[in-house]
Design a protein around this ligand. Sequence first.
Ligand SMILES: Nc1nc2c(ncn2[C@@H]2O[C@H](COP(=O)(O)OP(=O)(O)OP(=O)(O)O)[C@@H](O)[C@H]2O)c(=O)[nH]1
Ligand SMILES: [Mg+2]
Length: 315
Amino acid sequence: MAHLSSSDGAVMTAIPTPPPGFRSGFVGIVGRPNVGKSTLMNQLVGQKIAITSPVAQTTRNRLRGILTLPQAQIIFVDTPGIHKPHHELGKVLVQNARMAISSVDVTLLVVDGTVPAGRGDAFIADLLAKSQTPAIFGINKADLQAVDRSEAIDASYADLAAGRPVCKFSAVTAAGLEALQQQLISHLEPGPYYYPPDLITDQPERFIMGELLREQILLHTRDEVPHSVAIAIDRVEETEKITNILATVYVERNSQKGILIGKGGSMMKQINSAARQQMQKLIAGKVYLEVFVKVQAKWRQSRSRLAEFGYCVEE
Ligand SMILES: Nc1nc2c(ncn2[C@@H]2O[C@H](COP(=O)(O)OP(=O)(O)OP(=O)(O)O)[C@@H](O)[C@H]2O)c(=O)[nH]1
Ligand SMILES: [Mg+2]
């Protein structure tokens, strides 16, 4: 069974010496919002460590997913979708995604295969062209591509790739992912195990639990609410039979708090139950989840509040 990192982030298992010819390195997954970057990372590492949703701008933190194969270790760095920022939180997210490009060995630019290349893709391709990091283009959502449009769509991305390798796959069905892995490995240098072979993420369980709660809020609410939410996991208490989790959801306005709680608490009940089930899968044990909702006006506009919720500019 693969492991998440321990709750304090410390690595528990010993790191072995790699076999001859072993390759390793960091692959930054970048792209516009909602193209399937997080879905792809989960599929590649074989477990849900990043949350996903049909709402654009789901990912807020840089999150590493580790894939260890007999001949290679690939550390994927999932990033927030690159978009035109409208507030301080957006700026921090985009800045971090751009920074990710410069700190990895290979960049994988994920694009949406259901639509032709657009200005957002061209903007990111341009960023990549200016960086020293080699880039691979990944056309995702192949399972949704209309047969009569696929040729024209693929050609638009081939143009943008300008000779750089292009792979096509589906992050949902996993079709085409073997070839993508091979392509990525061929771009990596010989190297060590950066993480123990059975570790699949660098993030503590506590962080992922907060994200699983945020995911259910994204899936259950609309409009302003998803983007105005921040989560704090206040306490995780493990007993022999059950893990008790105490969380606070911060929103920016009273009206949002009302929506989240719902009539007679009905909305929060649904969110709580769905998040609890996801958390139980994550830790393979029983979970009791208690959630409070608090208003913290304009937290997305304040750098210090952003830092408090774990959204800082990363070095
Ligand atoms: N059918 C299909 N749906 C996909 C595929 N990849 C992703 N999706 C869906 O696309 C939506 C967005 O996926 P995410 O993985 O959250 O996208 P993202 O690029 O991480 O988005 P941000 O974090 O907001 O930048 C979700 O509803 C996914 O289920 C795919 O290959 N096929
Ligand atoms: Mg994402």
